[in-house]
Design a protein around this ligand. Structure first.
Ligand code: 5GP
Length: 202
């Protein structure tokens, strides 16, 4: 069986990544598997253990780092976030396309380790729109919002290494663009090495 794709999916906090992803994950033919990260951040209202994140304390996270349990990890606004590598590998072996919703620091680490990863970056129409969305979400105090916006500027600058850029101006358009990218990459990966499978004609 062909190994599944590794998809790095990033974008600044508040850009609407999770909303887009929730729609994309409904497309069963994409055979997507969402990688649940581990974090030391507190759960937000409505977030579920093992669904949105594995919520752990700093000590547990640092132990997992020492035991080499992460494909990548990063600190983001005073918290750790990391991708448990076992899950990713097992799902890919089963043929699932694994979706990593991670920040740019983590994305760059994955690109180094897995140069064939498919990389998608979601951009806001502008930084002003991003800040308004973070305020409207109402989940963070103003100082954290300021830190997230300032972080976004750096992330957008560093995102040049991502293969695909999608601007989230209109939700349904952005969803369709991400679906089309994954379908195209699946088709390319399917055709990889097709010549090796062709019988040689005399
Ligand atoms: P939030 O606190 O808003 O859930 O996430 C903050 C940022 O951390 C987002 O950009 C999110 O994509 C990123 N993130 C979530 N999980 C991981 C992870 O496992 N690794 C890395 N590097 N970033 C992550």
């Amino acid at each position: 069986m062909k190994k599944g794709l590794l998809i790095v999916y990033s974008g600044p906090s508040g850009v609407g990544k999770s909303t887009i992803l929730a729609e994309v994950l409904k497309e069963e033919d994409l055979k997507l598997s969402f990688s649940v990260s581990m974090t030391t951040r507190d759960p937000r209202e409505g977030e579920e253990e093992g669904v949105d994140y594995f919520f752990v304390d700093k000590e547990t996270f640092e132990k997992a780092i020492k035991e080499d349990k992460f494909l990548e990890y990063a600190t983001y606004v005073n918290n750790y976030y990391g991708t448990p590598k076992d899950f990713v590998e097992k799902q890919r072996e089963k043929g699932y396309n694994v979706m990593l919703e991670i920040d740019v620091q983590g994305g760059l680490q994955v690109m180094e380790k897995c140069p064939d990863a498919v990389t998608i970056f979601i951009e806001p129409p502008s930084l002003e729109v991003l800040k308004e969305r973070l305020i409207g979400r109402g989940t963070d105090p103003m100082d954290v919002i300021e830190q997230r916006v300032s972080r976004a500027t750096g992330e957008i600058e560093k995102s040049a290494t991502y293969k695909y850029h999608v601007i989230n101006d209109d939700l349904s358009v952005a969803v369709q663009e991400v679906i089309d990218i994954i379908r195209a990459e699946m088709a390319m990966s399917e055709s990889d090495g097709w010549w090796e499978e062709q019988p040689i004609e005399e």
